[in-house]
Design a binder for this molecule. Structure first.
Ligand code: CAA
Length: 294
């Protein structure tokens, strides 16, 4: 996977790429290809698990990581309803691979210096492609859960923010380090951060680049649960199965409503509720439908 490879918009059924490239973006990556990038992907029934698997480098992320994330989104098996995103080892993710800051960069993927040499449009497009790895985690047909132990720095924090829910180990530490490095958080994390903690707290967290530990994260709304690190797996499994107890189509419709709520007026939101409910009622009680027949 090269730095410049795109992976489509990350939403099933709304591809925009040319036929040749689309074919490649729609091919699921094999476990060996993922292992080369330092990732794993497993599906168990309705639950998929994405694991950042470069613990010796604290799951540092590269363009290949983001491209692979987008490919996983594009090729997610249709039965999947819950996507768990976790990191192997002591840290969830230490953020962008620091080799990007060196003149040599990441082999085969360039460096910030090589991105700087590109046309502004082209480097913007590279960032857009990277963002596709994160955006699909919010789509309505799935619920995504970030499972965070240890550090989640920069791109690691943003990956956790791109998920719908966060379960933290007691040792979790978030840090938005980008501004301290002269950059901005650009991997889709600024909007969920502001939505979760408000603009003032988001400003304070980003512009000090300080560490937010688990207990504070829970208190300010950056996490739904904090558990001892040894209990993370069991707590995640419990949450995933609880999420699977609701009706699939009703869950997707409800997520569409909740995700859209902030951008709508009360009247618009009420109209959206009516439209979704009419669809539910027609599906469940209409002519050919019945519960579970959607
Ligand atoms: N990129 C590449 N390698 C990394 C890395 C990173 N981001 N973070 C850690 N590693 C490597 C270390 O170089 C070390 O490798 P070697 O064993 O080969 O020397 C190995 O992982 C273990 O690292 P530590 O010994 O430092 O592990 P630790 O557990 O003591 O500390 C840590 C963990 C606090 C995460 C620390 O490694 C650290 O501060 N890492 C850098 C974090 C960082 O600044 N990330 C960039 C954030 S900005 C961003 O992500 C977005 C952007 O656009 C700029």
């Amino acid at each position: 996977i090269s730095a410049g490879e795109g992976a489509g918009p990350g939403t099933r059924g709304t591809r925009t790429r040319s036929a040749g490239v689309r074919g490649e973006a729609d091919r699921a990556l094999g476990s060996e290809e993922l292992a080369e990038i330092g990732m794993r992907f497993e599906v168990d029934g309705e639950i998929a698990t994405i694991t950042l698997d470069r613990p010796d480098k604290r799951n540092a992320q590269t363009f290949a990581t983001w491209s692979a994330l987008a490919r996983i989104g594009n090729t997610l098996p249709g039965q999947v309803r819950v996507v768990v995103v976790r990191g192997e080892g002591p840290s969830f993710s230490a953020g962008i691979d620091l080799r990007m800051f060196t003149p040599e960069g990441v082999p085969g993927q360039g460096s910030f210096a090589s991105v700087a040499a590109l046309d502004a449009d082209v480097s913007g497009e590279r960032i857009r492609q990277a963002q596709q790895g994160f955006l699909w985690l919010r789509r309505p047909d799935i619920v995504s859960i970030a499972v965070v132990q240890g550090h989640a720095i920069g791109a690691g924090f943003q990956l956790a923010l791109s998920c719908d829910l966060r379960i933290l180990g007691e040792d979790a530490k978030f840090c938005m380090k980008e501004p301290a490095l002269g950059l901005v958080p650009d991997l889709t994390g600024t909007k969920p951060l502001v939505e979760l903690v408000g603009v003032s707290r988001a400003l304070e967290i980003c512009l000090t680049a300080r560490v937010v530990e688990a207990a504070e994260a829970l208190r300010i709304g950056l996490a739904e649960q904090v558990v001892p690190v040894g209990e993370l797996e069991a707590a995640t499994a419990r949450l995933a199965s609880a999420l699977l107890t609701t009706d699939r189509a009703a869950a997707a419709a409800t997520k569409r409503l909740l995700r859209g709520a902030q951008g709508r007026s009360l009247e618009e939101q009420s109209a959206a509720e009516r439209a979704e409910q009419v669809m539910r009622i027609q599906t469940m009680f209409g002519g050919h439908g019945g519960p579970g027949n959607d």
